[in-house]
Design a protein around this ligand. Structure first.
Ligand code: ADP
Length: 397
């Protein structure tokens, strides 16, 4: 069974083609700068060098057409005919309270996703465009939606409700939703496999630390709390997003800086976080380098990030009434030896003990806690595409 996985952003489109017989990635690629100058497709057939073609790509429909052409290419393609394609799985950011699991896409589901646009005005329209472009190009091929929010639908109302007038929840769906659900699901289940214990018996804190970061309490395989909220702005400091702040600051900054609401929103989403603190970059590698050179603001940014992660680990251990494992994943979680070490430092009192020699690894699965540690610490590269491919297979198979 061959499954194409698509992750559509507003101006980009990532894809991977899986052969589910052995769960092998046959090809993958990225379409960038859709609708803007310099648009291109970078395609890699597994085992060959990547090829890049710069060509006008006015919209997602044109992007999907190029992807299908690349998959059929004589040299770099992996399909001899599109009829070999059994299904397409899409990453969709927001399904509100409508879907707690992945679903096969039909017009009813599409209407529900359109209703969720106000909850994710930047992401859902791009995801929907991708689905519609595939429907047009491959009208007979079944499609599945896999939602970032779905895994967190098991949160109890005590964890998801905000202490605002209750009517806002009822009228507008104002509540914590959480994101990166596919990644948290994958690493929590993988951690259980690596530890050789049933996920149902484990209390795990999963730390997805990338450009956007979120931390989740996974109790018995289910999300019971997560650091992102109504939007992906909440939680620990991120590349350019502020994470948790006092909400009164929105009004304070608007008034003192004479900014509009839109300006403040932009500032909190694009100018804050690690970029705002360090003044250097949103990229953790640049900040680590600057901190090594002795830049005080970069050092502070790293400390603030580690402190934020540490507080969530403590809070979620309290929320679950215990903790068996901490998992680090995504760009920073998989690669930053220093952030992992700083986040775990001082948590020995609760059984979290990092082994510094084991922790000196990047981008591979490993248990990095000491042998005697009560709480296991794991590094697990995330694989959201594989989860999407598996769910798609399950739903169409
Ligand atoms: P996204 O949320 O865009 O998917 P990623 O998961 O790719 O982001 O994570 C990007 C972050 O990971 C960046 O801040 C980047 O600096 C960081 N990162 C990637 N490689 C390393 C590394 N070797 N050391 C430290 N940080 C890294």
């Amino acid at each position: 069974m061959k499954i194409l996985v698509i992750n559509c952003g507003s101006s980009s489109l990532k894809y991977q083609l899986f052969d589910m017989n052995g769960e092998k990635v046959l090809a993958k690629g990225l379409v960038e700068r859709i609708g803007i100058e310099g648009s291109r497709i970078k395609h890699t057939k597994t085992g060959l060098e990547a090829v890049t073609e710069e060509t006008p790509i006015p919209d997602h429909k044109a992007g999907i057409k190029l992807v299908l052409e690349a998959l059929l290419d004589k040299k770099h393609g992996v399909l001899s005919s599109l009829s070999e394609l059994n299904a397409v799985g899409h990453r969709v950011v927001h399904a509100g309270e409508k879907f707690a699991t992945s679903v096969k896409l039909d017009t009813k589901v599409m209407d529900a996703l359109k209703e969720c646009i106000p909850l994710a005005p930047l992401h859902n329209p791009a995801n929907i465009m991708g689905i519609e472009a595939v429907s047009e190009a491959l009208p007979k091929v079944p499609q599945v939606g896999v939602f970032d929010t779905a895994f967190h639908q098991t949160m109890p109302n005590t964890a998801f409700i905000y202490a605002l007038p209750y009517g806002y929840y009822e009228k507008y769906g104002v509540r914590r939703y959480g994101f990166h659900g596919t990644s948290h699901y994958y690493v929590a289940h993988r951690a259980a496999e690596i530890l050789g214990r049933p996920v149902e018996k484990l209390k795990i804190v999963t730390c997805h630390l990338g450009n956007g970061s979120s931390i989740t309490a996974v109790d018995g395989g289910k999300s019971v709390d997560t650091s992102m909220g109504f939007t992906p702005l909440a939680g620990v400091p991120m590349g350019t997003r502020c994470g948790d702040i006092d909400p009164a600051l929105v009004g304070f900054i608007a008034e003192t800086e004479k900014l509009s609401f839109e300006d403040v929103d932009f500032l909190l989403n694009k100018k804050s976080g690690m970029l705002g603190l360090s003044g250097v970059s949103s990229d953790l590698r640049d900040i680590e380098e600057a901190a090594e050179r002795g830049e005080p603001r970069s050092k502070l940014a790293l400390q603030a990030l580690a402190y934020g992660i540490k507080k969530y680990i403590g809070a979620y251990a309290a929320a679950m009434g215990g903790i068996d494992a901490v998992v680090f994943t995504a760009g920073i979680g998989e690669n930053s030896v220093a952030v992992r070490a700083a986040a775990c430092e001082g948590l020995e009192f609760m059984g979290i003990e990092l082994d510094n020699a084991r922790n000196a690894i990047r981008s591979k699965e490993a248990v990095v806690s000491t042998d005697s540690a009560k709480v296991k610490i794991l590094v697990i590269p995330t694989d959201e595409e594989l989860v999407i491919a598996r769910d798609t297979k399950r739903l169409v198979g």
